[in-house]
Ligand binder design. Sequence first.
Ligand code: P6P
Length: 356
Amino acid sequence: HEADAFRTDLMTITRFVLNEQSKYPESRGDFTILLSNIVLGCKFVCSAVNKAGLAKLIGLAGDTNIQASFFLFLFIYFLTFFLSCGEEQKKLDVLSNDVFIKALVSSGRTSVLVSEEDEEATFVESSKRGKYCVVFDPLDGSSNIDCGVSIGTIFGIYTMEHSDEPTTKDVLKPGNEMVAAGYCMYGSSCMLVLSTGTGVHGFTLDPSLGEFILTHPDIKIPKKGNIYSVNEGNAQNWDGPTTKYVERCKYPKDGSPAKSLRYVGSMVADVHRTLLYGGIFLYPADKKSPNGKLRVLYEVFPMAFLMEQAGGQAFTGKKRALDLVPKKIHERSPIFLGSYDDVEEIKALYAAEENN
Ligand code: P6P
């Protein structure tokens, strides 16, 4: 009888992906190498985010009056070196972006990178190109760092089937052509949720091992939930179907209990709760932003991919989110995602409006 605290059949994310890879004997392990570089980026960002509060507190951001004991001074010294790497103190989202760009380029498995932080796509130099294109938000929700709210990295992966010069056409593809997607949430624990097209799996970072351990195999979202997640502050600008749907959540006509409202304002936190507890997350279009706020490539698509793989769905108000074909790399779209039955309800309201 194994003592639970010391299970030895540790399934790490690397072993998990290698097991997946072994199903494709012809694969040369490129995806495993790509993923291990994404995992490296997540570990670095997790460490930097966890130290950020302290770094600010003890004035690493260029302040001079560091009031610290000798040990804290040593900690500061090593932290300064670690975080600043000889350059000025970088904002965490810029630092995170640098880390992911460098890790992905040096993996030698990518050709096009699109980041929320960079206006233009990054085209990898020919000697380092590989067959994958990665779209990502290195630190989504970073405005929440100072108040300690969970934030995260979101990524999606396409393959590039040609060996010509890469262009943005290699990433301006529908989400239904993504081969993998995931997010890493930096919260009370650091959790990486990943799908390579065969279900959704959650891995929790064990800092003492520096390994992501499989803690949530084959996550399935409840078919229906009792939580809705939306920024009610935008209610005056919503269109009819969204207004009607939220009204139903609060004042159900069929005598069922009202839904609870949970809204963190950090997409990774709101989507992660929706995935585990069920319910619906909405970022609708409104009069001010007719395409909503969230970005198609590196927020909507990866989360829609995960939701479908977990048995849920994702809808834009007009169509299945993964069927969108973006024309620009930072394009936005309204999004309604979560439990299958909950999203069905709002789809019916939009369809009814369409028929009127
Ligand atoms: P609002 C964070 O800034 C973000 O991009 C997502 O992580 C989050 O879901 C959304 O914006 C929150 O937007 O308008 O409700 O503050």
